[in-house]
Design a protein. Structure first.
Length: 256
């Protein structure tokens, strides 16, 4: 009885030591191990053995993190107030730096993303923000990635999701777009008129040089009118049609 009472605390202590000594890390996890407050390395994945009460391990996931950047009030370069939100994709590349160099790398990355979003978008005009989204995303990614690099974090993608524009500005943009469409329609119509005038001028020049062309055009017009099945058509015949015949007989008479 006394021996059992003596062994029970030992068994409990051994179980406690064993539980605190064994850690299992998944394939995408790494463990930063501290021994008496000093980093001894990054462990994992798989089975990790720690010294109880001496070693302490902090787990870090190496999977890509998707983080929403809360909507930010931004004043663009042309003094338009918009509300913009974004999403960033990043992953921990160095677990040691992510734990040692920053207190909370998730919170720090979120704050950097928010301040960078306001700073970069404040330097562009509204039209660029709406039309050059890809270039802005690239610039945001480069800046945030550079700032988080000392924390062992790699920012792979930054995307501006929504740009909420004030209602009065939305109406102004709609009017501007409508005016632009009308301008393009007028330009296209003017180009068409110009090309048609050029073609008519070319045709007139050809007809003026070739009397036969004028006769053929005259006969074609007669054929088109005849196909309309009108009851009566009065069509003046220009004397130029017979100029060739008159010249022929005139020359023939003179020869005789």
């Amino acid at each position: 009885m006394a021996a059992g009472t003596f062994l029970l605390p030992i068994v409990i202590l051994a179980f406690f030591i064993l539980v605190n000594a064994i850690r299992i890390l998944k394939e995408y996890e790494r463990g930063v191990v501290f021994r008496l407050g000093r980093v001894i390395g990054v462990k994992g994945p798989g089975l990790i053995l720690l010294i109880p009460l001496v070693d302490k391990m902090t787990k870090v996931s190496l999977r890509t993190v998707t983080m929403d950047v809360p909507p930010q009030d931004v004043i663009t370069k042309d003094n338009v107030t918009v509300k913009v939100n974004a999403v960033i994709y990043f992953a921990v590349m160095d677990a040691n730096k992510a734990i040692i160099n920053v207190e909370d790398f998730l919170y720090a990355t979120s704050q950097i993303a928010q301040t960078t979003l306001r700073s970069v978008l404040g330097e562009v005009e509204l039209d660029d923000l709406l039309s050059n989204r890809e270039q802005i995303n690239q610039k945001l990614q480069e800046i945030i990635d550079e700032q988080t690099e000392p924390w062992g974090i790699k920012v792979s993608v930054v995307e501006v999701k929504n740009v909420d524009i004030p209602e009065q500005m939305t109406r102004a943009i709609a009017r501007q777009a409508e005016a632009e469409r009308e301008r393009r329609a007028k330009v296209i119509h003017a180009d068409g008129e110009f090309q048609a005038a050029q073609r008519l001028a070319d045709a007139a020049e050809i007809i003026s040089k070739q009397s036969a062309a004028l006769q053929l055009r005259y006969l074609q017009t007669l054929t088109e009118i005849a196909s309309e099945k009108n009851s009566t058509v009065v069509f003046p015949i220009p004397i130029e049609l017979f100029k060739g015949i008159i010249d022929k007989y005139a020359s023939g008479g003179s020869n005789s």
